[in-house]
Write a protein that binds this ligand. Structure first.
Ligand SMILES: [Zn+2]
Length: 50
């Protein structure tokens, strides 16, 4: 199972990517990346709304 849960962007490096980690870090500089989207797998559980 390989679910992509985060699309992210690093403002320091101007790079982005996709990561199964809900709080991804930049592969280039190691900083906490800015999550731009959190797609959910079809048929998966609903997102928490807390
Ligand atoms: Zn970076």
């Amino acid at each position: 199972m390989h679910l992509i849960v985060s699309h992210w962007h690093c403002p320091h490096c101007d790079v982005g990517g996709r990561d199964p980690d809900p709080e991804p870090t930049c592969w280039n500089c190691g900083a906490v990346a800015v999550v731009t989207a959190r797609p959910h797998a079809e048929g998966g559980p609903p997102a928490l709304t807390a």
